[in-house]
Design a protein around this ligand. Sequence first.
Ligand SMILES: C[S@@+](CC[C@H](N)C(=O)[O-])C[C@H]1O[C@@H](n2cnc3c(N)ncnc32)[C@H](O)[C@@H]1O
Length: 362
Amino acid sequence: MSGASPNFKVGGEGFLSCSFPEKGLVVPRELSLAEIFQIGYYWETKILLTAIKLDLFSALDGRSDSPSDLAKRLSLDERALSLVLHALVAMRILTKHEGRFANTSVARKHLVKVSPDYVGHLLVLHDSEWMNWGKLEEAVRTGASPVRQHVFETDPEMGANVLAVLDRIGRGSGVTLAKVLQLNGVDRMRMLDVGGGAGTNAIAFCREYPHLSATVFDLPATLQVTERSIKEAGLEDRIAVMPGNFNTDSLGGLYDLVLLSDVLHYQDAQANAALVRKAFAHLADAGRLVIKDRFLDPDRTSPAWTTAFAVHILVNTEQGDCFTTREAMDWMTRAGFSSVTELEPRAIVQGIKGSSNQERIQ
Ligand SMILES: C[S@@+](CC[C@H](N)C(=O)[O-])C[C@H]1O[C@@H](n2cnc3c(N)ncnc32)[C@H](O)[C@@H]1O
């Protein structure tokens, strides 16, 4: 490698790389001890999650407080609270002037409950999963997950709150997906969004394609959020909801498009293969199944975020997993789809049902 001048940088995935531009090479560099410690010390994570759980940022909305005033207002221990507040200043989430603490602009925008851009529900979910993470060692020793079901089944209210946040921060991704799919060529297209959550994708798709109508299929508790979102979007006449369990209930149909977006990582490969077969049976001739998910590369060491997400899924679902696009494409091929393609690496795969292989709905 002599003669090349390396540049070190942190990539989009927090991936430390050393590039040699003259040779067109990007080589991951080893971590320093300081970086290992930075990963291992989760202290700041728990400080932030606890502050959100205690709703400190809402309590500081539009005011500044001393630790003693804030402790009195929230019935907290002054000394312990003071330590947390000082750490939050060092973490650049609060400010401190003359002994009084206040929100930074990012805290005001995203961590105060009444803000329209509040994301705390998502972080409260992570806090609630703390005990599950504490059982990672046991899961690795025994292979047994610490939980029996996933959050949408065990705590529908928390699931719904999280979906509302994901809906808000994910609107752009629904639009992008709709554009990528280029849904032209069918006059009155019928879409089924399986495990459609808050309806983010169904809404984005209907806005993008006036000839499309959609059904959002999801667990009954989740659909309360979905109905709200559909109403807010003014799309009640084009988007219906269908309550049920996609593993055991009929999906209705026929449809021209079935979407499975961020759903398959809650289940194992066998359940997913069965769901793909079910989707196939509910598609009209030339209809397509689109699966969007967090897929791994074939060697399963990247994308970095997804490798850690797979461990998160291990401890927070009973049988979930992260898969490669190849595995998802195999489920489609084995279900009978005649054309199976990867539309976006590690993100979107599509299967088209040939006109000759229409099957009876199960
Ligand atoms: C991570 S969310 C994805 C939401 C949406 N598809 C999106 O991409 O924004 C997973 C969704 O799957 C739903 N879900 C999970 N298991 C289900 C089941 N067995 N039957 C129906 N819906 C289910 C959850 O209620 C939740 O809305």
